[in-house]
Design a protein around this ligand. Sequence first.
Ligand code: PMP
Length: 446
Amino acid sequence: MAGDQRVSTYPANSGAGSAALYERALKVFTGGNTRITYVMKPFAPYASHGAGAYVWDADGKKSLDLVNNYFSLIHGHAHPEIVKAITDCAASGTAFGLPTEREVLLAEEICKRSPVFEEIRFVGSGTEAMMTAVKVARAHTGRPKIAKVEGAYHGAYDHLEISLDPTPEVWGAGDPEPVAYVRGTPANVIADTVVLPFNDPERAVACIERHGSELAAVVLDLLPSRVGLVAATPEYLKAVRDVTRRLGVLLIVDEVICFRLHPDGAHTLFGVEPDLVALAKVIGGGLPIGAVAGRREVMSVFEWRNGKPFLPAGGTFNANPLTMAAGLAGMKMLTPDALGRLNALGDRLREGATSVMRELKAPWQVTGLGSLFRLHPHQRPIHDYRTCYPAAAERLALERVHRHLLEHGVLITPTGSGALSTPMTEADVQYFLAALRNALIAVTAD
Ligand code: PMP
């Protein structure tokens, strides 16, 4: 592994190892955690501290961190510029009931990047950003229904959780059926959600047309991770944009993850013109954030100066100064050069992984774009959720590769995805590829 770029001198726990922490956690959290994003049996390692491209766990083990808090830490851990911004800000107060200059600064930094971003509103998370975008669309159109892609993840807002993980037994033979994700989902939430097939322009247009006059918005991630981290095709995007325009339905693009693909956002890279874009993760410099940006006319649902707005919206920690300060420092470093270098490193990682798989004749493939990648334990061509869906034996193979990588100092998500961060180097990519090679040999050997 490449040498430490920065080594934290502040291990952030008492010295207890992961097993002991998990034992304590079981007493206060069902299942031993407060977030099931990264789970594995018997328990996940606890993070102690991070620096640059690396994370250390509570047992003293150092790993190349390709999870980066689920792709939010595009500048890695404890970047000095961001630490300084947070520290300076904290010393002058962490939150006010009044607006601050810092929110104007971050808004300006984001809005200047795309003509679509005429206005912006900050919220607390990606889930809130997506919820707010949906509510803006409803308030703007006066319509109740939302369309989303089968298998796509957009956070925890009720309508957007529909058909998040349907199984072959329930997903239906024809057009995707809306399937509840959580027990107790109200029937009207299911009925008011239209589920679209990904990258099938004809069928998606037919579904949208069927609900047209009741539909407030189509929600689309241009590179949806749970759908396989495969890109929306130009034909699909054009078809969806055309039909939504024709029927007065708003197009909401979820760039919570994929904003990082281009300094001016993924919609710029893909050449699509959304009405609203949901943002989060990298725009917060590593602190909690969400935002909705879009056309002024649509955002006018927030207008309060003439009486009660169509969409009244508050939020105690919206635009809190700490996040604004970290976000501004992080965004200023997201220059075309920095992202160009990061995306090229991502290309090399995916090309390298494909070569390793080919050389070993391992029945695997890697998808992704820019600094994002996802490993798949099968070779079926992936173009939607159903073609991505792994069989039981394939799931097991992925689980073993994930565990092997973790044991050998490489952290990826349990679903096989990962993201590069700007402190990473060519040597880090080579380290990952060597570890992947060994993991695939170990898993395919028996
Ligand atoms: N949309 C997408 C595409 C996401 O990946 C996520 C979270 N990973 C969300 C929305 C929700 O964001 P948050 O976890 O900040 O609520």
